[in-house]
Design a binder for this molecule. Sequence first.
Ligand SMILES: Nc1ncnc2c1ncn2[C@@H]1O[C@H](COP(=O)(O)OP(=O)(O)OP(=O)(O)O)[C@@H](O)[C@H]1O
Ligand SMILES: [Mg+2]
Length: 243
Amino acid sequence: MKLEVTELTKCYGKTRALDALSLAVESSRVLVLIGPSGGGKSTLLRVLGGLDVGDSGQVTINRQPILTDPNALQAYRRKNGFLFQQFNLFPHHTARRNIALPLEKVHGFSPAEAAAMTEQALARFSLLEHADKLPSQLSGGQQQRVGIARAVARPPEILFLDEPTSALDPEMTAEVLELIQELSEAGQDIILSTHEMGFARAVANQVAFVAAGKIEELSPPDELFGSPKSPLCQRFLSRVMRY
Ligand SMILES: Nc1ncnc2c1ncn2[C@@H]1O[C@H](COP(=O)(O)OP(=O)(O)OP(=O)(O)O)[C@@H](O)[C@H]1O
Ligand SMILES: [Mg+2]
């Protein structure tokens, strides 16, 4: 994907979540956002994915500007896939129905088409044995896998993941991280935020360090983790890598 963000600002009341943020990524499969809590990662993901609009500034993805009128924004959103921090499955529907429903209601596939795509997604992510369970009957890692299966059942242009492993124990985290790695190896463009530095380093083509609503540093992972240039980024890494 190619990404160009120019002077993007987004305020919530008096909080400047994004502060004239600029970012240029020429060509990258997986862009990973890291940085301190409250730095603006989720806000940036939401604006890049078309779930929210900035107050000012421009965003161009794959040479297409993201337009802010509601119809264009909805069409843009539909092209992408999302999975955010908390598991956001419908609690009263089975795993299978959770995947099929957006294919029918958002993408307009017939029930038969949606069912075929759903079976494929369930098989691809080894979820067939869990297909008839409700989210409450699945582990956290399994729920995240269903969430990812849903997000890619119809291949999205870009898959946005906001801390996909934040609620998981280490073993389930590994399971979800492997799945994300597989997707990227299969050619899926992904933008994700994470607090898992080892994973960020392993999966990213580019890592952006986001702090105080700005991109403080953008580098390939070995460079950013090996010899960070920005003092803020150095300080952040020396703190989070200590434990
Ligand atoms: N809906 C909202 N209403 C008010 N303030 C918000 C809202 N969303 C975000 N903020 C504020 O904007 C700033 C950036 O928040 P954001 O969630 O983007 O940070 P983050 O980098 O994702 O943090 P974390 O690592 O904790 O998830 C924070 O100061 C936050 O309190
Ligand atoms: Mg966040």
